[in-house]
Design a protein around this ligand. Structure first.
Ligand SMILES: N[C@@H](CCC(=O)N[C@@H](CS)C(=O)NCC(=O)O)C(=O)O
Length: 343
């Protein structure tokens, strides 16, 4: 009797400790370190966000996030292997372990957060869904799409938003659905649909990279959804989640505190400002708690620049996409980008 009670007690105790133990803490970082490379899932080709040039070199805002995480963890932004993924394949690639992080115009939603076994990290681009039409059409607002055909890609939040918008406004829009991105965009450009719908950033990119003459197409002013885009990681490795999340917050904090790729070394050596000192590891070590060295963020900023520099270079008003900073301005400059305090 006594022995039975003791055995039960021991079993309960073991279960308690198993449940309390962190699941695979740091496993992803260990794998990455021994492999010497991060495997980053990106878009198949969305200029400004992730695309290759004629030499096969990847660039874009989403690509820069992969580079920043590589600089933080491996000390070298070049140590990234890019895996191009279409809308359908992206989540399975992360679930199966084919990639370490998915950095690809992916919206955060409750369903994705709760059902995929993946975790959303931090928002790198606040977007919304819009429509593109031919300038020669008379359509100048989304409500004028009544009864019209709209090309859309499946496996996206886009498809459902379109039917919601049509229903809510009694528009009877006729979605023409394609599994492949190339098929959806070429159907629109060949006139098969009156409009093409996706995130506005995607519309600007598609217009720029695929239209014969970009000026022949206009993006309507209406936004029909919220699309907070950002990287995702596999659930169950909180340490890795923290690294990706705090790299993004660090990029935002650097912009807020005036640290750029050009001045980071000087500020690091001379600053008397406690926040700058903490961010750059000159007075405090913020890397230790993440399993990184104390220069992690200084190195990231030196390589990719702060969030504002990443935005400007890839998609901002001076780039070919000419996207306004808008919601992606920092919170103290009229936007909603808000880096959590690195402290
Ligand atoms: N943000 C939306 C849409 C993302 C998306 O996949 N958009 C399309 C149209 S811009 C795309 O990138 N397609 C490229 C591909 O599937 O290769 C989502 O997360 O579902």
């Amino acid at each position: 009797m006594m022995l039975r009670a003791l055995q039960t007690f021991a079993a309960v105790l073991t279960l308690y400790f198993l449940a309390a133990a962190p699941a695979h803490a740091g496993k992803t970082l260990d794998t990455i370190r021994s492999r010497g490379q991060i495997i980053c899932g990106v878009n198949t080709g969305l200029a400004g966000f992730s695309a290759t040039n004629s030499n096969g070199k990847w660039s874009g805002l989403d690509v820069d996030i992969c580079r920043a995480v590589a600089a933080a963890t491996l000390g070298d932004a070049e140590k990234v292997k890019y895996v191009p993924l279409n809308a359908q394949a992206r989540f399975t690639a992360l679930q199966s372990g084919e990639i370490d992080v998915l950095s690809r115009n992916t919206s955060f939603t409750l369903t994705r957060d709760a059902s995929l076994g993946l975790s959303q990290t931090a928002v790198t681009y606040y977007d919304g869904q819009g429509f593109m039409v031919q300038a020669k059409s008379k359509i100048r607002s989304a409500k004028q799409l009544k009864g019209q055909t709209v090309c859309v890609q499946s496996g996206t939040t886009t498809e459902k938003n379109l039917t919601d918008f049509s229903r809510a406004n009694g528009l009877n829009i006729k979605p023409v659905v394609f599994e492949k991105f190339e098929a959806a965009e070429s159907a629109y450009f060949s006139g098969r649909c009156v409009a093409y719908t996706t995130d506005v950033s995607g519309l600007a990119s598609t217009r720029n990279q695929s239209a014969k003459n970009p000026a022949d197409h206009i993006i309507l002013p209406d936004l029909i959804s919220k699309e907070p885009l950002g990287p995702m990681v596999r659930r169950g490795d909180d340490e890795w989640l923290a690294i990706v999340k705090w790299t993004i917050y660090g990029l935002l904090e650097a912009e807020e505190y005036g640290i750029t790729s050009a001045n980071v070394d000087t500020i690091k050596a001379t600053t008397k400002d406690p926040v700058q000192g903490r961010l750059l590891g000159s007075t405090e070590d913020s890397g230790k708690l993440l399993g990184l060295d104390r220069d992690w963020l200084a190195r990231v900023i030196k390589t990719t620049g702060n969030y504002g520099e990443i935005f400007e270079r890839n998609v901002g008003p001076q780039s070919v996409l000419q996207l306004p900073r808008g919601l992606n301005n920092l919170w103290n400059h009229g936007g909603i980008q808000y880096g959590m305090p690195v402290r």
